[in-house]
Design a protein around this ligand. Structure first.
Ligand code: MLT
Length: 250
């Protein structure tokens, strides 16, 4: 059973992920924000690479039910409704809405997952839920770390390492790990996944410098939501059974 971690987007090739279950990780902050938004009742999220494409898509969908969100250099994009801080994605703002999201790293990484048989959105917020999905679906996962500006990002690697370790614990077997998976597991064992680690790494320092220190705590909040968002045909949604109580309550 293969378990691969691609520590940077540049390592991902279509042949490596074709037909596999891929988990996209952008812990600071896109995938954390996506989990938070869906837990708050957002209907769906379109990840889009460029700002221009995001605006074009939002206009074509109709701006009354759509929110534009995302960031460049950590900061909200001018003219967008929301930035990329998970704290902004509250039920009163996003419940029932469709989001169109464009970020520096996360949405680019999601585009790389094209060709996979399943694409899951992973973060520390839904760590155990993702691992349980992988264990029960007997997947041979490939983790894609979004990184930062296409380079290595510690927060994504340690999240992949934590998921890989927990998956092998819950589904013992003859696992074949690539070098990235071995490195991710070792890094997680050395550095953990806590907020204090975030303050010492590149992405965390950028957020602190931008006055977004509140994002570090929420992005480090393990198992905050037992949800597994799935990217299917350009759209990120929750499998119906997992939709948050807000929507089920009607
Ligand atoms: C992103 O989410 O793509 C980036 O990693 C950075 C951010 O959210 O500021």
């Amino acid at each position: 059973m293969r378990l691969d971690v691609f520590l940077t987007p540049g390592e991902v090739t279509p042949g490596e992920i074709a037909g596999r279950t891929v988990i996209v990780l952008d812990v600071l902050r896109a995938t954390s924000t996506i989990v938070e938004a869906l837990a708050a009742g957002a209907k769906a999220i379109y990840p889009v690479a460029s700002i221009e494409d995001a605006i074009r898509l939002a206009n074509s969908l109709g701006r009354e039910e759509v929110l534009l969100c995302g960031e460049r250099r950590c900061l909200p994009i001018e003219g967008f409704d929301l930035g990329n801080s998970p704290r902004e994605f509250t039920p009163d703002r996003v419940a029932g809405k469709t989001l169109v999201m464009s970020t520096t790293n996360g949405t680019h990484a999601m585009m790389l997952a094209a060709g996979a048989s399943r694409v899951l959105i992973g973060s520390l917020l839904n760590l155990d839920a993702v691992v349980e999905d992988l264990a029960t679906s007997e997947a041979e996962p490939a983790f894609i770390c979004a990184g930062r500006e296409r380079f290595f990002a510690m927060e994504d690697a340690v999240c992949a390492g934590a998921m890989a370790s927990r998956l092998m614990e819950s589904r013992p077997g003859d696992w074949a790990l690539n070098d990235g998976a071995r490195a991710a597991i070792a890094l997680q064992e050395s550095f953990g996944t806590g907020e204090e680690m975030f303050t010492s790494i590149g992405a965390g320092k950028l957020l602190l410098a931008a006055g977004l220190e509140g994002d570090l705590a929420i992005c480090a909040d393990r198992n905050r939501h037992p949800l597994v968002p799935v990217l299917h045909e350009r759209l990120i949604v929750l499998p119906v059974a997992l939709r948050p109580a807000i929507e089920r309550a009607g």
